[in-house]
Ligand binder design. Structure first.
Ligand code: SF4
Length: 356
C-alpha cells in the first residue's frame, strides 16, 4: 500500500466530502439531528445490514415500542426479536438487547461517550462505535464500513487485498489521516455522514456515477476506468448449501405449531416450524394416518450470509389436543398471534401465504 498522507495534503478530501454532504447528502432522516446516543446507536445498528428504506419503517416502530434504553433493557428478548422480524441478521437484535442491559447495569443507563469505550459493548464494532461518538460528540474517529472502504480504495487506487490484516490496518490509518482537523463538532458529523452517503448513493458497488462525484477529479479508479475492480478481497467465505426439513402442522382452528429455535445457530431464539435433519426423520415423527396425508411443498430457496438454504416444508393436519412428540417448548399459535412473534422472514411469508 502507498504511504499515508497527513496534514493539509488530505484537507481537499474532507473539504469536498463536507461540501458535497451539505448540498447533496441525505438530510431529514429521523435519526439525524439528534445527539441522543440511544437513537443514534439504534439507527447505526439497523443500518449496518439494512437498506435505508427498510430502516425508515422499522426505526419509528421500534422507538414507539421502546422509547428509551430502559424500556428496551426491561423487555423480554422475545419482544425485541419479534419487532426485528423481517430485517434479518438477528444477531443484531440479540446484541442490541444485551447491550441495552449492559449500559443500564454498568453505566447507569448512559452510553459511554468515547469510541474506545463504546467498542467494548456488545454488538458495537469499531466503525459503529466511531459513528456514535462522531454523531453524538464530534469525536475525531474514523469509520470504515463497506461504503467507505469502497470510496477510499477507489479514490486512492488501493488494490491491496483487504483480507490481509496488514492491508486492512493500513486502510484504517489512511481513513484516520483523512479526517477533518478543525471545527470537529460540526465537521466530523457532516464528513462521516457524507462518506456514508457518497458510498451508498454515488460510489455504488456497480455502476458508480463518477460524473456527479465530488472526488472524480482526483480519483485514481475513475481515471483508470475500472472503479468496480475496487476494493480487492480475495478470501471469500465459502457458501454452503443446506437442506432444511420443516413440519407445518395446523389444527382445526387453523393454528400452527411453532417452536422456539435453539439459542445458537441459524435463526437463534426465533419461532419457527419444527425442524428435522432429514425427510425420513420428519416422516418418522408422524403417525401413519397423518403421514399418509402429508403435503410436500415446493422447496423455498433462501440465502443467508454464508448459506444457501433450501426449505422443504411438509404440511400436515393434526387436532388441537395433539402435541408434537419431543417438543416441550412448542405450542399452537393462531394467525392473530403471528405478528407479535419473532419469525424468520421466509417462514413468515410462507405462513402468510397459507393463512385462511
Ligand atoms: S469518482 Fe467514481 S469511483 Fe471515484 S469515488 Fe467518485 S464515484 Fe467512486
Amino acid at each position: 500500500m502507498t504511504g499515508v498522507n497527513t496534514g493539509t495534503d488530505t484537507n481537499w478530501f474532507s473539504a469536498r466530502i463536507i461540501d458535497w454532504q451539505r448540498r447533496y447528502g441525505r438530510h431529514g432522516m429521523p435519526w439525524q439531528d439528534t445527539r441522543d446516543a440511544y437513537r443514534v446507536w439504534l439507527s447505526e445498528i439497523m443500518l449496518q445490514q439494512t437498506q435505508v428504506a427498510t430502516a425508515l419503517v422499522y426505526y419509528p416502530r421500534f422507538l414507539a415500542r421502546f422509547p428509551t434504553l430502559a424500556d428496551l433493557a426491561a423487555a423480554p428478548l422475545e419482544d425485541v426479536l419479534a419487532l426485528w422480524s423481517g430485517m434479518g441478521y438477528y444477531s443484531r437484535a440479540r446484541h442490541l438487547h444485551a447491550c441495552a442491559r449492559a449500559v443500564m447495569a454498568r453505566f447507569d443507563g448512559h452510553f459511554p461517550t468515547t469510541a474506545a469505550q463504546l467498542q467494548a459493548l456488545s454488538g458495537i464494532g469499531r466503525s459503529t462505535a466511531a459513528a456514535i461518538a462522531v454523531f453524538c460528540h464530534g469525536e475525531r474517529a474514523a469509520i470504515l464500513d463497506g461504503n467507505v472502504r469502497r470510496v477510499l480504495t477507489r479514490v486512492f487506487g488501493i488494490a491491496d487485498d483487504l483480507s490481509n490484516a496488514a492491508n486492512e490496518r493500513a486502510l484504517w490509518l489512511r481513513a484516520e489521516a483523512l479526517l477533518p482537523r478543525r471545527d470537529l463538532e460540526r465537521a466530523m458529523p457532516a464528513y462521516t455522514q457524507g462518506l456514508m452517503d457518497l458510498g451508498a448513493t454515488v460510489c455504488t458497488r456497480r455502476n458508480p456515477t463518477c460524473a456527479v462525484c465530488p472526488l472524480a477529479g482526483r480519483c485514481l479508479a475513475a481515471r483508470n476506468g475500472h472503479p468496480e475492480c475496487y476494493p480487492v478481497k480475495t478470501r471469500r467465505a465459502e457458501r454452503r448449501a443446506l437442506a432444511v426439513w420443516l413440519l407445518h402442522a395446523t389444527d382445526e382452528h387453523e393454528r400452527v405449531w411453532l417452536t422456539p429455535r435453539p439459542a445458537r445457530g441459524i435463526w437463534a431464539r426465533l419461532y419457527c416450524l419444527p425442524e428435522y435433519g432429514t425427510r425420513a426423520e420428519l416422516l418418522a415423527a408422524l403417525a401413519a394416518p397423518t403421514r399418509a396425508h402429508a403435503v410436500f411443498r415446493a422447496p423455498i430457496a433462501h440465502a443467508l450470509t454464508h448459506r444457501d438454504l433450501s426449505l422443504h416444508v411438509v404440511s400436515v393436519r393434526l387436532t388441537s389436543n395433539n402435541r408434537l412428540d419431543g417438543d416441550s417448548e412448542g405450542r399452537w399459535h393462531a394467525p392473530s398471534a403471528w405478528p407479535a412473534l419473532g419469525l424468520p422472514a421466509p417462514i413468515r411469508r410462507f405462513l402468510q401465504a397459507q393463512a385462511p
